[in-house]
Structure formats: structure tokens, C-alpha cells
Write a protein that binds this ligand. Structure first.
Ligand SMILES: [Mg+2]
Length: 260
């Protein structure tokens, strides 16, 4: 198989919580030896790239910031392409700091309506912000969201509300649905392919969740590899109308697949 870039989901694909999956280390060593680039894609905008670099390094995989692409990068690039100047953001402090480098952020409610209301995985949300977001959208701000995930997995099989859930709340009030940017939209993969100057035929997407990882790959017209080490089961993958290109038990089987 002649792949030059492999995009990986992280949680459920490479590791679970703090536990690196068997065979993951060998897989990344194989990719390096064979000159295949790898990028970890994340929809989570509540952590900086530095956070992920440290986490993956701690698990024993050599990497740097170039090996990561998040919904933060995707969003900044998208908003710049759209010539957006002013934003009202529902998001954590670190995300807002990153956005401030590129856009004017409106903090409170004011007469001037921002170009965009941007929703993200906001673990620091307060009601007044939610209210202001709804008012701005009703007054004409575009509604954009970093990712459509309704919930985010935590330990013990439990979930907490994510960006998509938050957007539902706003949608119920404003009757407006957002434009979503992270997986399963293909935008993130398109941007990464451009960054690494590779074609869709040379790219592959590996992930555990059908409706985000695999659908993102399908939408971007790249080969997709579903792993059974995470959220979606074999039955669910098989039931899907548009199926992943390959289904493997875990990341440990990826080398064999690439050797074919
Ligand atoms: Mg996952």
C-alpha cells in the first residue's frame, strides 16, 4: 500500500485514557522507518497542542506539534478564509487566547454584532455567555461550531456534554443550526493533506468512531481504517450504508495492513 500520510484519531484508537494500546509504539516506529507521515486529529478544542504532545510523548511515542491538527487549527484557518474579523466565543480560556492572536474577540453583550458566534467544547460555560450567543445569532451573527460531537467520553464509560450538545441548546432558542467544522466534516483532512502536500489516494484515516472519524475519511475521499478498540462495534460498522475501507481489531494490526 502506498500511503504517505496517516491521520489518526487518538482516544479509543491509539490509547484509552492514560493506557497506550499494545502495538501502538511499534506502529509509529514503523511509520517513521518507512517515511510515512502521521498526524493526530482531534475535535477537542479545550486542550492546547502542547497538552497532546506531552501526553503522547509520556506514553513513549516520539512526536512534535507538527504531528497534531486540532479543531482549533481547522477553525482558525476556516475563519481566516472567510475573512471573519470579529467573534463571540463560547470556549475555554486557552482557546480564546489562541483566537485572540488572529481575531477581535467580543467579550460581553454590546450593540455591535460580531461577524460570527463560535461555539466549542466549553467546559467553562456560564449562562450569560450562552444567552449573549443566542442574542447575537438572532441579530445576524453567523453561527459556527468547532465540532458536532454531542458528548465526550470520560472514565468508566461515562460522558460529559460536548460542543454539539451545546449547539442544540442554542438551536432550540434561535432556530438556527451551526456550520460544523471538525470531524466528520472533511475540512480538517483537506487542510492536513494540503499542509503535507499529499493527495487523497496517498492519505488514510484511522479511527474508532463511525460517525466522526470514519465519516470524515469517507467525506474526504480517503481510505478509512476502523479499529474495534473504541466506541463503535463491529456490528455497527457492518450495518453502516457507507462502510470503512478496512476493519481491524486494533492499531496493532495496522503494520500488516500497510505491508499488503
Ligand atoms: Mg476516538
Amino acid at each position: 500500500m502506498n500511503k504517505k500520510l496517516i491521520c489518526f484519531d487518538m482516544d479509543g484508537t491509539v490509547y484509552l485514557g492514560e493506557h497506550l494500546f499494545k502495538g501502538a509504539k511499534e506502529t509509529f516506529e514503523y511509520l517513521k522507518q518507512n517515511d510515512i507521515s502521521f498526524v493526530f486529529l482531534t475535535n477537542n478544542s479545550s486542550h492546547s497542542l502542547k497538552f497532546y504532545v506531552e501526553k503522547i510523548k509520556r506514553m513513549g511515542i516520539e512526536c512534535n506539534e507538527d504531528n497534531f491538527y486540532s479543531s482549533i487549527d481547522t477553525t482558525i484557518r476556516y475563519l481566516k478564509d472567510q475573512n471573519v474579523k470579529t467573534l463571540f466565543v463560547l470556549g475555554v480560556k486557552t482557546f480564546k487566547e489562541e483566537l485572540k492572536k488572529h481575531f477581535q474577540l467580543i467579550e460581553d453583550y454590546q450593540e455591535e454584532v460580531p461577524d460570527v458566534v463560535l461555539a466549542s467544547f466549553d467546559t467553562e460555560l456560564v449562562y450569560d455567555e450562552l444567552k449573549n450567543a443566542c442574542l447575537y445569532i438572532q441579530k445576524g451573527s453567523k453561527f459556527i461550531a468547532t465540532n458536532m460531537d454531542y458528548r465526550c467520553p470520560i472514565e468508566d464509560g461515562l460522558y460529559i456534554p460536548d460542543c454539539g450538545g451545546l449547539c442544540k441548546w442554542i438551536e432550540m432558542c434561535t432556530n438556527k443550526a451551526p456550520i460544523f467544522l471538525g470531524k466528520p466534516e472533511p475540512t480538517m483532512i483537506y487542510q492536513v493533506m494540503e499542509k503535507f502536500s499529499v493527495s487523497n489516494k496517498e492519505t488514510m484515516m484511522v479511527g474508532d468512531r463511525y460517525y466522526t472519524d470514519i465519516v470524515a475519511g469517507l467525506n474526504a475521499h480517503v481510505d478509512t481504517v476502523a479499529v474495534l478498540s473504541g466506541e463503535t462495534t463491529l456490528e455497527e460498522f457492518q450495518k453502516a450504508t457507507k462502510k470503512p475501507t478496512y476493519i481491524i481489531d486494533s492499531i496493532a494490526d495496522l503494520i500488516d495492513l500497510l505491508e499488503k
